[in-house]
Design a protein around this ligand. Structure first.
Ligand code: SF4
Length: 258
């Protein structure tokens, strides 16, 4: 396939969670903008902490770029990229317009920090799949791993995911990154997950280049037992699809690895 330069679209990437996933970066800045600075982030360190929602890219620009796509196999169109995607104030409109044009399932990967806001909840209600991050069961471990902006409290984030679950009719997945620093909390995180009742629990460990080491296959298998009775997928056990990206450069900038 001939590679092309895109500004807002990347991939498709072979995602162990989503199959062939075409990414849309609704922020698309040169710098990462986030409410977290996770130790395992495959992007660079967060210099621009931000929790204010803004319009970074007009919806029309995304749609115009989607119109130039060749005919490719896509399982999901996924809103993610170099920033927390819910920081884009127009993500709701983007989801709506993308869905109308592409007729594909839409996923949003979020770190859950803005999920307590009504406007964010309303925007995400339009997605088919929301993948919400939850990596800790206590404030100290949360701060150690996710290194959030000062004011974020884990208990509020858990409550927000719980509240969103009660109004969201689409598929809700919890993504949990397990590392040396939180593996001892697997049971407690599983207890929280059971109360949230997600449709799926995605057990992950950082296999892309970053500043921390991943857990091994055996440890991850042990951890997944804590989630017994839930629909669990484990990064080591899920096969990836063969997928060819449209632009390697744009994809690598957002993922660190294809
Ligand atoms: S929430 Fe995502 S983008 Fe933000 S620091 Fe963590 S891993 Fe990186």
């Amino acid at each position: 396939m001939q590679k092309k330069q895109y500004k807002y679209i990347y991939g498709p990437v072979p995602s162990w969670r989503l199959g062939s996933s075409l990414g849309i970066d609704p922020v698309s800045m040169d710098e990462k903008i986030c409410t977290f600075d996770c130790t395992y982030c495959q992007l660079w360190k967060t210099k621009n902490f931000c929790k204010k929602r803004s319009v970074f890219v007009p919806v029309k620009k995304i749609i115009d770029e989607l119109k130039t796509l060749p005919d490719i196999e896509i399982d999901y169109i996924t809103f993610s990229g170099v920033a927390e995607p819910t920081l884009a104030k127009n993500i709701g409109k983007m989801i709506k317009e993308t869905k109308k044009m592409m007729n594909k399932k839409i996923a949003v990967l979020t770190n859950s920090t803005l999920l307590d806001r009504n406007d964010v909840q309303n925007d995400l209600l339009q997605a088919d799949l929301v993948v919400a991050k939850l990596d800790a069961a206590s404030q100290d471990v949360f701060e150690k791993i996710n290194r959030p902006m000062d004011e974020f409290k884990l208990e509020n984030i858990i409550q927000a995911i719980y509240d969103f679950r009660s109004i969201f009719n689409g598929k809700l997945a919890l993504q949990i990154m397990f590392l040396e620093d939180n593996k001892h909390q697997a049971e407690e995180i599983a207890e929280i997950a059971k109360k949230i009742k997600p449709d799926e629990v995605q057990i992950n460990t950082p296999l892309r280049p970053c500043e921390v080491e991943p857990l091994g296959e055996k440890e991850m298998k042990q951890i997944s037992k804590c989630f017994k009775g839930m629909n669990v997928i484990n990064v080591y056990e899920k096969e990836k699809k063969e997928v060819s990206s449209l632009s390697d450069e744009d994809t690598l900038r957002r993922r660190g690895k294809i």
